[in-house]
Design a protein around this ligand. Sequence first.
Ligand code: ADP
Ligand code: MG
Length: 503
Amino acid sequence: MMFPRLFRAKRRTPAAVRWSLSTPLLQWSSSDVWTIGDAVTGTLVTGATGSGKTSGSGRAMALAMLRAGFGGLVLTTKPDEREEWEQYCAATNRSDDLLVVGSAADLRFNFLDYEARMAGEGAGLTENVVNLFSTVLEAADNGGSGSGREDEGYWRRASRQLIRNAVELLSLAGSRLSVPDLYRVVISAPTSAEQKRSTQWQAQSVCFQRLKEADREGLTARQQGDLEVVADYFLVEFPELSEKTRSVIVSTFTSMTDVLMRGLLRELFCTDTNVTPEAAAEGKVVVIDLPVKTFGELGSYSQLIWKFCFQRASERRDVAANPRPVFLWVDEAQSFLMSSDAAFQSTCRSARVATTYLTQNVSNVYSALGGQEKGRAEAASLFANLNTKVLHANGDPVTNEWAASLIGRSRQTLANGNTSHSRDGAWPFSLGIEGMSDSGSTSAGFSETWEYEVQPAQFTQLKTGGPSNGCQVDAILFQNGRRFSASNRTWMPVTFQQASRGA
Ligand SMILES: Nc1ncnc2c1ncn2[C@@H]1O[C@H](COP(=O)(O)OP(=O)(O)O)[C@@H](O)[C@H]1O
Ligand SMILES: [Mg+2]
C-alpha cells in the first residue's frame, strides 16, 4: 500500500523555487502530488468525529506545509491542539517559529490600534472596524445557535449602524480608537428626548461629551458633514428607537466588548501589540491557544478577531516581495466560519493562503453560516472555493450524498439480476481502481447504468484509524478539474498512517 509521503525541500533552494506553486508538498501516489498551488486553493476535510481527520489527513498536510516553510495561523477548539502543534513544529524543525497566544498573555495584539495603523490616511478605518465587529459578532452568534432569524437583515444593519456611528464619533472627536471608549459611547447614548436635554445627563454622558469635542473649529467640510450625520444618529434616531429594539442592538455590541474589556482578553487585545497577523508571512506559526472547549465565548471572540485580521492582512500582502505561503488552519472549523469566508477564499490563491478547514459534516457548515437559504448558498460557494476535498468515514447521510454527488456519476457496469454490484467492500473498492479501465464494456449478463462513482454508503466503510485498523485512516481525495493518474479519475482513495504512540 502506498501512503502519502512528505517531500523534503532542499535547504538552499531560492525562495522563488522553494515557494513556487508547482513545488510538491505531499505525494498521494507515485505519480500524483499535492503542490503549494493545490494547498493555496484551499482544503476541506470532512469526516465523523473519530474518523481520523486530525490524526490522518490533517497531520499529514500540517507537517507537509511546516516542512516546506509555511507560516500560519492556527485556531483551536480542543485543549490538546497546542500540544499537537508543538509536536508538529518539533518534528519539522520549526519550534523556533512557534508563537503561542494564550493565557501567558505575553503575546498581545491590540487589534483596533493595528487596524487604525493599517488604514492609514484613507477613510477605510471605519468600515474595517464595522466589518470586524459585525462579522465576529455574527459568527459567534451563529456558532452557538445557527439561528438564521427571519429579520436578520434588519438587526445586522441596525448593529452596523450603531458601531459605525460610534467609531466615527471617536475619530471626529480626535480620540484614540479603543474598545473601552467605544463601549462608553454606546452605553451613554441618550435613550429619550428628555434625557438628551438634561444638563446633568449631558455632563455625565461620554457620548455627549465626545459630540461636543468633535464640534470644534477647523473641521473640513467633509468632517462637518460626517459630524451632522453622527449627531443626528445619536441625538435623534437612537433615542427614538423602541426600547426593545435599542436594547437588542446595544446588547449585541456590548456582549462582545464587555468580554474584551476584562481580565485576560483585555491584556491580550486592549493593551500593547507585540504580535500581528503579519508574523505568519514572516514564517511564524501563530497558535491561538484559547480553545473554545475551555474558554467558550472568550475563545470564539479571540479567535474570530485573529481570523478576521489575518484574512485582511493576507489581502494586503505583497506576494511578489514575499512569496512565502501561509496557512489558515482551522480544525473543527464549524466554530469559526464567517459570512465573509467565501469571498476571502476566492482571493486566497493570489494571496498564497492555504486555508484548511476540518469539520464533521456539511450540515454543521450550513447552520454555522446562518442556516436556511443564505447559509446553504454561502456554504456552497465556500465549498466550491476549497478545491482539495479529503473525505473521511462518515455516517451522516446528508454529507455522504453531498460527497457522492460532488464526485459525480459515470457509466458503470452492473451484473444483471444481481443486486450486489460488481464491487465489494474491499479497499480500494474493487471498482475503485482496478475495475475502472473496463467500465465501458458490456457483456451478456451485464448492463450499463449511470450512477455514483462512489456510493454514499461507501463513506461508512472507510477505515478510521486506531489499533483495530492498524492505525490506518482511509479517505477519498477529490479535486475539481483534476484527474489523478493513479485512478484516472477526479478522485482517488488514499490511506494515512497515524503517528506511532508512545514510541
Ligand atoms: N497516533 C494515533 N495512533 C493510534 N490511534 C490514534 C492516534 N491518533 C488518534 N487515534 C485514534 O484514531 C481515531 C481517529 O482520531 P482523530 O484523528 O482524532 O479523529 P477526528 O479528528 O476525525 O475526530 C480515534 O479513535 C483516535 O482515538
Ligand atoms: Mg479531530
